[in-house]
Ligand binder design. Structure first.
Ligand SMILES: [Zn+2]
Length: 252
């Protein structure tokens, strides 16, 4: 299995070093996108995979996690996509995807490829040979609904999405996971700000990884202005921790 970190930034990220949140999981059999912030279609297109992705899972309806989706749906058509696409998203994103999908059929091209939309709720969302996806609520009160996802595909991977720390539902979902991909928006200096917006600091994310007894930890959703010390702070962990960078790929 491979995880590609397509975008490792936040809603507050400036410049182009870290793009908005997006990840790609390649199980060898299935291609799964988790969040699709702006720019996500470029990163998928660069890899020749925009026409090949099977599933998209969106953690929550904040713009840095889904605004790339409409463009990805359109660009996939431009690149000749024929394969059906299944999108799992909470309500506000579902609405946007519906509008884009119906615009396709009505105005761009009659049924270029099939898009099916599924609402995310806690529990198992997908259970196929070689891929099982389960959702649990994240603790991100600034969004109406927010979820983390656990993907089981030989290797178990948790994506926390955006969340405040000590989130019991996510801890349960991530218990014993092989790899936990956790958000680390802030450093300790900006902890209060992060608390207000229901995000986590590097040290809090490390503690969550410990609480889940995760095998490997990867930190993402990094705001370079609010968390300029992430590479120093991960040294405080008593084991290796990966700090995700855009276009980084890991093999599991
Ligand atoms: Zn958010």
């Amino acid at each position: 299995m491979y995880i590609h970190f397509l975008g490792t930034g936040t809603g507050g990220s400036t410049g182009s070093r870290r793009w908005r949140a997006a990840n790609l999981v390649d199980t060898g059999e299935h291609l799964v996108v988790v969040d699709c912030g702006v720019g996500c279609h470029y990163r998928l297109s660069d890899r020749g995979l925009l026409t090949e992705v099977d599933y998209v899972f969106i953690t929550h309806g904040h713009m840095d996690h889904f605004l790339g989706l409409p463009e990805a749906l359109f660009q996939a058509y431009v690149e000749g996509r024929k394969k059906p696409l299944r999108i799992f998203a909470p309500p506000p994103v579902e609405e946007v995807a519906k509008i884009v999908a119906s615009h396709f059929v009505a105005e761009v091209a009659p049924a270029p490829y099939k898009i099916s939309l599924h609402r995310v709720s806690p529990g198992v969302l997908l259970d196929l040979p070689g891929l099982r996806v389960e959702a649990a609520e994240a603790c991100h009160h600034t969004a109406k609904e927010a979820y983390g996802f656990r993907l089981r595909a030989g290797v178990d991977v948790l994506f926390s999405g955006d969340t405040a720390p000590q989130c019991e539902s996510l801890r349960r979902l991530g218990a014993g996971v092989d790899v936990a991909v956790l958000e680390a928006t802030c450093n300790e200096e900006n902890k209060e700000l992060c608390r207000r917006y229901a995000h986590s600091t590097t040290l809090e994310a490390l503690a969550e990884g410990e609480a889940m007894k995760a095998g490997e930890l990867v930190l993402t959703h990094i705001d370079d202005r609010l968390n300029p010390t992430i590479y120093q702070d991960v040294k405080k962990a008593n084991r290796p921790v990966l700090v995700a960078e855009d276009n980084m790929m890991i093999r599991l």
